[in-house]
Design a protein around this ligand. Sequence first.
Ligand code: COA
Length: 174
Amino acid sequence: MNETQNYFLKEIEDSDIENIYRGLSDPEITRYYDVHYPTLEATKEQMEWYKNLRKNKTGLWWGIYDKKHQQFCGAGGFNDWDRKHKRAEIGFWLLKEYWGKGILKEVMPLLFEMGFTQLDLRRIEGYVVSDNSKCKRALGKINFTYEGTMRDYEVKNNETISLDIYSVLKSEWI
Ligand SMILES: CC(C)(COP(=O)(O)OP(=O)(O)OC[C@H]1O[C@@H](n2cnc3c(N)ncnc32)[C@H](O)[C@@H]1OP(=O)(O)O)[C@@H](O)C(=O)NCCC(=O)NCCS
């Protein structure tokens, strides 16, 4: 079982659609994301995305559950898995009621571990919208190295956004 002291991870399945919808329909959660699903029906697209990652071996995502109440708290995982270059992008979100409890600090290192062992990665990278202060404060509490900022890298709703890049390497982890 992929677990920490207080949380465990379970691969996302179609039956998790309600949980995913609760998260990715919340504008405060998707504020810095390229996806937002206003309806349960629309969320089917995201469930397809998770399924295709696994089918095409281009990533894997898990639901995050608390051990005490067996409740769904959020999701984390890998996409853009490049098996030739042994690297992948990591992602992570929590339902709002679980914000501010240090869950990223406890769970993201487990994802790193799984990436380096189960996906045989050498490099794990994260792209964070530069204005996403909550995320950056959380990442500041773990061993995830800030590498730099890609300035005015994307245009979203007619606004240019910059992206910060973080990474952790197997050589510095294990
Ligand atoms: C990014 C995220 C996963 C942070 O995880 P977390 O486990 O809550 O992280 P922390 O407990 O360390 O809190 C991080 C910061 O969030 C802010 N925060 C804490 N509780 C909060 C709350 N209830 N409401 C709003 N912000 C809060 C604080 O600024 C905190 O920093 P501090 O502890 O230095 O004061 C969470 O905010 C989230 O799911 N955001 C939406 C998805 C997203 O942006 N993901 C990007 C990838 S990181």
